[in-house]
Structure formats: C-alpha cells, structure tokens
Design a binder for this molecule. Structure first.
Ligand SMILES: O=C1O[C@H](COP(=O)(O)O)[C@@H](O)[C@H](O)[C@H]1O
Length: 258
C-alpha cells in the first residue's frame, strides 16, 4: 500500500527556554546523525525571527558536525547581508559566528540581484538545484530538516495569510514585494518545498503566539499558512513550544523523550 497522507503533528511543550533549547538541540543532533549516516551530509533550511536564539543548545555542542551542514534560508529579506533586517545577519549574530561552520556551507541570497527579485529568486533556486543535484524525475528538494517560526498572524517563512504565494505549486523559491510585515521585499521557500522535507520543526514561544497557535493546531481548516505546512509521507512535523505559547491549545501534547 502506498502512503501519501501527511503525518500528524507532534506537539512537545516545555516549562522554560532552557529545557526547550536542550530538547531542540537533542532532536537536531539526532536528525543530523541519521542524515549523515544515510547521505554524508545534513541539509537544513533555517528561519529568522525568534528562532535563532532558540538554537543556543547547538553552541559548544561537540555532537554537532558543522562541516557536514548545508544551510539554506527558509526565507530571507532582500536587504544587504549585514543589514539588521537580514535573516542571515541575525543567524550569524546568534549562531554561526559562535560555531565552526564553514562559510561556504551557508547558502545566502545574492543581494547584488536585489533590483530584480525574479532573478534573485531564480538564482537561489539554482543554488538549491546545485546542492541537491536533482535528478530529472525529482520534483522538489528534500531537506533533512526545516526550522520554522510563526508570526502572530499565522505566517511562516514569508508565506502570509491570504497571499497568492500560498497557491504556488511549481516554484521552489518565490518572491514577494508586498509583505505585510516589513521589510516588504523578500524571498521564501514555497509550501511544496516545505511539505517535501524529511522533518519540520516549528519553534514557538511566548504569550503573544497563544491565540494563533490555538488556531493553527486546533482549527487547521481555517487554512493559516502555518497550518498548511504538513509534510507528505514519510515526512514528520514537530512543534517545540513553551507553556505560554501552548496555553490555549487543545491539541494533545506528546512528552519529549531524550
Ligand atoms: O518575518 C519573519 O517572521 C517569522 C516569524 O518571526 P518571529 O520573530 O515571530 O519568530 C520568521 O520565522 C521568518 O523567518 C521571518 O522572516
């Protein structure tokens, strides 16, 4: 029998950031180990926002094989790479400047193409094609791990509620010039790319996300962007949250096993 239905989300809730960060690091190291054993590398798509700080458990962690990581941005704001709004700048400040990851393993957008977002998005897509060495028959890249956050409106990556990009079926990297959250010009992985990942981990903390987390997990039929992230079989999706963010969620919690 061929299974294609998405697997159900696993919700793990922690009493504080320290426990969440330790569990998340443990989860990532396990995913890394499985990926390196299978393919000799670990492909990761990473977000900006509140996520990078929650990756503190990877710093000074001897189990992390940084030279095996290939990192892409799940979304990026089209600004210079050292701009305060850049997701690359943020991840560099919070994580990459503190660990021995080779710079060439971090795949950034090319801001010299900023005048033409279509060209910039195409160039980033080609970078993905090179890394994943796609076979002609493969439709989408399969990331070993995608790390995502959510905004209080239910957006994830730069996929915003009600936006036409939610219907994208073909492209891997799309651009947006009218992001409701500044800055307006961004590129983002599309839903089909997210939904072909081997594992997705959303990381959500704080009271300001409580209402939207309830809607995403308990009322997925409302179709918020984050509810549409449901990897196809055999992909898995996990939610790492604190108590404040999960306070209004009815969806069952799963104890995290170290
Ligand atoms: O604009 C963005 O927002 C989301 C959510 O950010 P958060 O600060 O509320 O966690 C983020 O995941 C995305 O990468 C970023 O570009």
């Amino acid at each position: 029998m061929v299974h294609t239905a998405p697997t159900a989300p696993v919700l793990c809730t922690f009493p504080n950031d320290q426990e969440l960060q330790a569990a998340l690091a443990h989860f990532i190291v396990k995913a890394q180990k499985e990926s390196i054993e299978k393919k000799g590398r670990f492909t990761v798509a990473i977000s900006g926002g509140s996520l990078p700080k929650q990756l503190a458990g990877l710093i000074d962690n001897p189990a992390v094989k940084w030279d095996k990581w290939q990192v892409f941005y799940a979304d990026e704001r089209v600004v210079p790479l050292d701009h305060e709004d850049s997701n690359h700048h943020l991840n560099t400040r919070e994580l990459f400047s503190k660990v021995p990851i080779p710079r060439q393993n971090i795949h950034t957008i090319d801001p010299s193409l900023a005048d033409d977002l279509e060209e910039l998005a195409d160039a980033y897509e080609k970078e993905l094609i090179r890394e994943f060495a796609m076979k002609d028959s493969a439709r989408f890249p399969i990331f070993d791990l995608v790390l995502l956050g959510i905004g209080p409106d239910g957006h994830t990556c730069s996929l915003f509620p009600g936006h036409a990009l939610l219907s994208e079926e073909d492209r891997w990297v799309a651009y947006i010039e009218d992001s409701p959250k500044p800055p307006p010009r961004r590129v983002t992985l599309t839903l089909p790319v997210l939904n072909h990942a081997a594992r997705i981990a959303f990381v959500v903390t704080g009271e300001s996300k409580a209402d939207v987390l309830h809607t995403i997990l308990d009322e997925p039929e409302k179709g918020l962007p984050a509810s549409r992230v449901r990897p196809v079989y055999p992909g898995h999706i996990y939610w790492f949250t604190d108590e404040a963010a999960a306070a209004k969620v009815q969806y069952p919690r799963t104890p995290f096993k170290l």
